[in-house]
Design a protein around this ligand. Structure first.
Ligand code: PRX
Length: 705
């Protein structure tokens, strides 16, 4: 048995102790108006009614042709939903609202500089802009049904316009988060096989107009190295007519959209009627290996799922002003800024910049000015707003009826501030647990019908039947106090269809572990492995503990350790690299890198900077490590595996467990003295970790096992 195997195998096997929080009940005013106020809805989505229960979600959409089979399991686990149905996602989000709501705002865009005016894009105007851009894509770029188009766009209305234009044409969009580097964008261009890149010259962040077009040139160079030639780069300008980037426009390749689009003024493009099963978009995410996974989402199932969950869990009514403070470059933004809210015909707010610019009162000023009724953000933002402006919300006259938290576990203490200070005790809160792969929520309370419990996401959502399994495939019972691997027993319409170009990996990563029979076409045999550790309380509520697959969740962004490590290995002096998570008060987790150098090379601040720089270039600023530690050697098992849990323990001042079976146990104390000595002198000693955090840290690295 190797030391790795002897180590506490996972968070899944260890009891977790925490204080159960008290329930909070939704305000009567909320209940009175809720979309899901009748408890019979829980029964309608009970297992006896699966999969037909999801007809209720699909019926929120306008179909060109109704489906004949709700769920086809014949090619398990490649589920097919609403088979035989046809629809167009853009038509559902835009055209069909025109008769009733032509001049109602679909989006209200708030630029970061307060000196710039807020821009309301009505459904009518969105319709025009989407049609014109669709015509440009079709006639100038010659894209066709099923082609992929990559976007590298910031939080501007041009992003949903571009998405909806693709959807109108049956073209698959693949938006890469604007904060990712050019090189990360290039990887995704190559992986998806896109010939077209849509980008912008610049955007505002923290008061600065950032040069974004420069990243397009890097992206194309990376894509070319990977064998993919991009034909055209479409460049929206942040201020039409005024180019803000220092990067030259390449003749015959780069085009300003605001120039070209004049040719397409007034053109209308018939929405292409797509099979429910046609892919709508790709969204890349990180996992255990260095290669990002392109999660492929469907048209009918996905749109039905985000419409249904937006209606019942976000409680969106057409007259709400809904603000999801996420970036459209992540799945949250796709589902709950664009597709869900627009399918329901509501008004969705887009904000360009950072939450605390120019001061931490900014979000509350926006909420007051626009009359926001529903607010949706991540724990990392809540922590930051609390730290920098604990008393700001009280200064503004806004009233939320509903608030969401998403993306990471939220500490009960942070939850209480959100509830009491941000929500003024007037709003219901949903803590929604889900993933890029899922299309929409998996775990949450149904806001009018199930009480809130700080720190727990709640039970499975309507039509989702979660279960926790241990490593030996036994069910971990609710209330046992034991943690395990949370799985979803059943398929649901929002589940991704496959990993783009890697169907075997799709099956292996998400289904192999708990599949009961690989030849079975019965969905009961194919539980979906979410990749999170979780515990279920006696009342059925889940508490999510964190990833089991070496993904570090930094401020709600998934970063794969392998991606961080392969970026570090691009530095010529580096022989070995290991990334570990460190608990951080604001960002949840931050990354620290450990590197060992090639023989004969001396440690230096220059090499540390090179490693940090390489990560920024390969992935983006969000991944920049807090520290790079150059060590003489990595702690290793006798079979040569780097023991990440040991260095993670050191970085977090946690117990590193038994190291006596390592190949080089003496190195542990050496590294500890160096690293902790520097951290103490810099005042970087973390607070005492909770048992939950200790388990996460000491289980780290298990996935390579
Ligand atoms: O570990 C879980 C955590 O974020 C992971 C998914 O990240 P991503 O695919 O980027 O999607 C984020 C937004 C949907 C999950 O595997 N996570 C997400 N929501 C929660 C959460 N952890 C605890 N509580 C949540 N509400």
């Amino acid at each position: 048995m190797t030391a790795e195997q002897a180590a506490p195998a996972s968070a899944a096997q260890i009891a977790v102790h925490w204080r159960e929080e008290e329930y909070r009940h939704p305000p009567a005013r909320f209940i009175a108006q809720a979309n899901a106020g009748d408890p019979r809805i829980l029964e309608r989505f009970g297992e006896d009614h699966f999969p037909e229960c999801f007809k209720e979600y699909a019926d929120l959409l306008s179909w060109d042709a109704y489906w004949h089979t709700t769920l086809d399991t014949s090619n398990a686990p490649f589920w097919r939903w609403f088979v035989g149905g046809r629809l167009n996602a853009c038509y559902n989000c835009v055209d069909r609202h025109l008769p009733s709501s032509r001049n109602k705002a679909a989006f209200i865009w708030v630029p970061e500089p307060e000196t710039e005016r807020t821009e309301a894009v009505t459904y009518q105007e969105l319709y025009r802009r989407v049609n014109e851009f669709a015509a440009l894509l079709r006639d100038f770029c010659r894209v066709r049904v099923g082609d992929r188009v990559t976007f590298h766009l910031p939080m501007v209305p041009e992003l949903p316009v571009s998405m909806l234009a693709c959807a109108r044409l049956g073209v698959v969009h693949s938006e890469v988060f604007g904060g990712f580097s050019g090189s990360a964008c290039g990887d995704r261009i190559a992986d998806s096989g896109s010939h077209i890149l849509v980008t912008m010259d610049g955007y505002y962040r923290n008061g600065e107009l950032i040069d974004h077009k420069a990243k397009a040139d890097e992206a194309l160079a990376t894509a070319r190295k990977l064998g993919m030639e991009v034909d055209k780069v479409l460049v929206w300008r942040r201020h039409p007519g005024r180019y803000a980037s220092a990067s030259p426009m390449v003749d015959g390749r780069d085009y300003f959209v605001d120039d070209l689009i004049k040719e397409y003024r007034g053109l209308l493009v018939e929405p292409v009627s797509m099979p429910a099963e046609a892919p709508l978009f790709l969204m890349y995410t990180s996992g255990t290996t260095a290669r990002p996974k392109g999660c492929q989402h469907s048209t009918g199932g996905y749109l039905a799922y985000v419409a249904g969950t937006s209606k019942y869990y976000q409680d969106i009514h057409p007259e709400d002003t809904y603000w999801c403070f996420a970036d459209i470059g992540w799945i949250t933004g796709h589902s709950y800024i664009v597709y869900g809210p627009l399918a329901l015909g509501t008004t969705s707010v887009l904000y360009e910049g950072v939450p605390t610019y120019p001061d931490p009162g900014r979000p509350w000023r926006i909420a007051e000015r626009l009359g926001v009724t529903i607010f949706h953000t991540a724990p990392t933002t809540i922590r930051m707003l609390r730290k920098l402006g604990p008393d700001e919300p009280a200064k503004y006259d806004y009233h939320f009826k509903h608030m969401t938290t998403v993306g990471e576990p939220i500490e009960p203490d942070v939850w209480r501030w959100y509830y009491e200070v941000v929500g003024k005790r007037e709003a219901v809160i949903v803590d929604t647990w889900w993933q890029t792969e899922n299309g929409g929520f998996l775990g949450s309370t149904l806001p009018a019908l199930q009480p809130m419990k700080p720190g727990s996401c709640g039970p499975g959502v309507l039509g989702i039947y979660p279960v926790i399994y241990d490593e030996d495939r036994n069910v971990v019972e609710a209330g046992s106090g034991r943690a395990g691997n949370i799985c979803i027993r059943n398929p649901w319409p929002g589940i991704f269809q496959t990993i783009w170009g890697q169907p075997e990996r799709f099956v292996q990563l998400y289904y192999e572990k708990y599949c009961r029979n690989k030849d079975s076409t019965d969905w009961h045999d194919w539980p979906y492995l979410a990749g999170d550790g979780a515990v279920q309380a006696p009342d059925g509520y889940f508490r999510i503990l964190g990833r089991i697959d070496d993904v570090i969740n930094v401020a709600g962004h998934r970063l794969g350790t392998k991606e961080l490590e392969s970026a570090s290995l691009t530095v010529a002096e580096v022989a070995e690299a290991a990334a570990v998570p460190v608990v951080d008060e604001l960002r949840g987790r931050v990354v620290e890198m450990y590197v060992a150098l090639k023989p004969g090379i001396a440690a230096s601040a220059e090499i540390e900077a090179k490693v940090a720089g390489a990560i920024e270039t390969e992935i983006g600023k969000i991944a920049r490590p807090r520290s790079v530690w150059i060590v003489p050697d990595m702690p290793k098992t006798r079979s040569g595996k780097i023991m990440r849990r040991v260095i993670a323990g050191i970085s977090n001042f946690a117990d590193v467990g038994d190291v006596s079976t390592l190949a080089n146990p003496e190195i542990v104390d050496d590294i500890r003295h160096r690293v902790q000595g520097v951290k103490v002198s810099r005042g970087e000693v973390p607070r005492e970790l909770s048992s939950q955090e200790v388990e996460e840290i000491t289980a780290f690295g298990r996935a390579e096992g």
